[in-house]
Design a protein around this ligand. Structure first.
Ligand SMILES: [Zn+2]
Ligand SMILES: [Zn+2]
Length: 324
């Protein structure tokens, strides 16, 4: 008796492989690169990383870095694309103008926040500009996933985005419409954003502060950790090869090239974490002007060959096709 499986096109897998993508909207620190002081009070000799910004347009300068932010272009099995953004910082508008146009991203379907620092949330006002226009502000709000602590802080920073009740006689003013969704700082409490499952990865961002990283992807396991000074044991287990399973891609914070910092990983701690977690591949983000895309990627290439784990600095605008 013949089996009657529904026929599938021969290249279904290959096709699906290229459908989703990660787009690095920003790979820089809070003060961004170029560092303004390097340009208005140049040292002698001047900072070579920052000075590239004077002769190259940002889209051709991998040492031009906006605030860390990742766009997930998630293609579901029905072929529909959903656009999920992690963090909306000070440079949100600039990254939309530069990279949404270049990579043909038409909209944002959901927002996820790692924490409530300026470089992760100060672009939230501009979400209005990528939402459909309605004179009465009567549009579908964009779901935004954030911790309770971030919610409390944003209610203070942007009260008009949170408390929408109009007082008697108050005019309607057009502001970003968000559907605030509180998530737990707990890897056992996953949530879905635009159909994609996310596992929160609480990490220390300074010993007094919990920031969230996220693990996502069923076919490819990706962890995004943009602001971290220490990975607690619970979180380490979830994303390590000798724990719950090897990551296909780790996206990790590395602020300075040398030394250490109280609230961020620098390159030495980032590489130590890579050796411990043992992902198949790592891309570093959150860099200051101390890190040179060309020079330090050469150094990392040698390190990667020696250690057997590919690690590179990411750059703004980098698009990584991925099978989620
Ligand atoms: Zn500089
Ligand atoms: Zn921060």
């Amino acid at each position: 008796m013949a089996n009657h499986h529904p026929p599938s096109p021969p290249d279904a897998d290959a096709d699906a492989d290229a459908r989703s993508a990660l787009i690095f909207l920003g790979t820089g620190c809070s003060s961004m690169v170029p560092n303004m002081m390097c340009l208005i009070q140049p040292a002698d000799p001047p900072c070579s990383v920052c000075f590239q910004a004077l002769s190259l347009p940002p889209e051709r300068n991998p040492n031009y870095r906006c605030n860390t932010s990742l766009l997930i272009d998630y293609c579901q099995s029905d072929g529909n694309h959903n656009y999920i953004i992690i963090d909306v910082g000070k440079t949100f508008r600039e990254t939309v103008l530069r990279w949404f146009t270049f990579h043909k991203i038409p909209r944002i379907d959901s927002i996820i926040l790692t924490h409530e620092h300026a470089d992760a949330v100060l672009g939230l006002d501009d979400i209005r500009a990528v939402q459909p226009f309605s004179p009465t502000n009567d549009i579908d709000p964009t779901p935004i996933y954030l911790s309770r602590h971030s919610m409390e802080s944003i209610a203070t920073k942007f009260p008009y985005l949170v408390n929408k009740k109009l007082k008697e006689g108050q005019e309607i003013r057009r502001v970003a419409q968000m559907d605030w969704k509180i998530i737990d700082d707990d890897h056992r409490q996953p949530f879905f954003a635009s159909g994609l499952k996310f596992i929160p990865l609480p990490v220390m961002h300074g010993e007094d502060y919990v920031c969230l990283g996220f693990l996502f992807g069923e076919k490819t396991r990706v962890a995004y950790i943009s602001d971290v000074s220490r990975i607690p044991a619970n979180t380490e287990y979830v994303i390590s090869k000798c724990g719950a399973g090897q990551l296909d891609l780790l996206i990790l914070d590395a602020l300075y090239k040398t030394g250490s910092h109280n609230v961020h990983f620098c390159l030495p701690q980032a590489l130590e974490a890579v050796k411990k977690l043992c992902p198949k591949q790592t891309l570093l983000i959150g860099m200051t002007h101390e890190l040179d895309y060309y020079k330090d990627n050469e150094f990392l290439k040698e390190w990667s060959e020696r250690e057997g784990i590919p690690v590179q600095l990411a750059r703004d605008g980098l698009r990584v096709p991925i099978n989620l």
